[in-house]
Design a protein around this ligand. Sequence first.
Ligand SMILES: [Zn+2]
Length: 412
Amino acid sequence: MNAAGPGSPAGLREANRRRVLDAVLAAGEPTQAGIAAATGLAPATVSNIVRALVDIGSLTATTAVRGGRRVRAVRVVPPAGHVAGIDFGHRHVRVGLARAADTVPRARPDGSVGPLPPLLAERVADLPGGHGADDGLDTAAALLAETLAAADVRPSGLCGVGIGLPAPVDGRTGAVGEPGILPGWVGVDAAARATARLGVPVAVDNDALLGTLAEQAWGALRGVRDAVYLKLSDGVGAGLVLDGHPYRGRAGTAGEIGHVVVADDAGGPTGGPGGTVCRCGNRGCLETWASTATVVGLLEPLLGRPLAIAEVVSRARGGHAPSRRVLADTGGHVGRALGGLCTVLTPARVVVGGELAQAGELLIGPLQAALERWALPGAAEGVEVVAARLGARAHVLGAVALAGELVLATRG
Ligand SMILES: [Zn+2]
């Protein structure tokens, strides 16, 4: 998430606003005292922030009687207008448009979750691997204009955009980090650059974290307090939920499981050759063993032509032994890396998303077996591994939800 400087008064104010909004969204219609208890903020601070958010039209505060006492109850006002989500992959970009009011997942008074926000229009385009930030944004801007036209929404009706990037995004500076993971974007203040290019407020976050937010709001992570969302695509990443909250880590870079080293020299995790040098500069990272590029790279020489993951999965389902073997090995590599993570964090559920999730049990079965093999037995027991419910749309839906939150925090 992009923000003003962390130590600045503006940065602190923005962070506190977000905490108050999160508490209201999570509880449905809490009292101001309830918000203070949930956020740890002083009652006077909560009162000031609620007043500011009421002034900009994001919250309403009414007097209610609870337990025989008069209290101030607060709830979110669903925003007007439209928002867009932009999901950048290493080789694709997907744009979805939604009504802003449909993107507020927890705004009901009873705290229950509404239906999946319908995407009014959606467009996908290929990008060259290693694309630069400006080229990627140009393509996204063109797709965004197409979705607005297709849904008959004027550009002035667009209130905010959320962007997911397959790279660590530093929450303190908004900069895309880690040279090598998404080289064309490194060091770019992605939110500022996109805001200038698209002409609307933009928030940016890591794509696996956005998949996590979407599965929490509308999918397989609803109500799960400790969980891991895995993104298995051309890049491999994870989003963590700890004690009910998405965990971004010190600089927004937590969850980079794709760059956990599973075998660094001779002898791969299943006895293969030594680890390949990874784009991050390490050797033998999980991503070099378990990305979509690795899966098709192992099978294309057998077939003598380019392959897509959907075809690998359909061949495996039809009994094609090499395809079954490669998907099973991929699940095994992921399960091994995940075993360590489960030993440390003891999640209740692991959700498998990204392009490789379409392999279903062909990948998830071996993944679960390896997880049980490599995790501390007590930690692996009871970890439920399931496929993501939102499929290929998880990241763009998370980006749409991020845009909805941005509009709530800043409208007026
Ligand atoms: Zn790496």
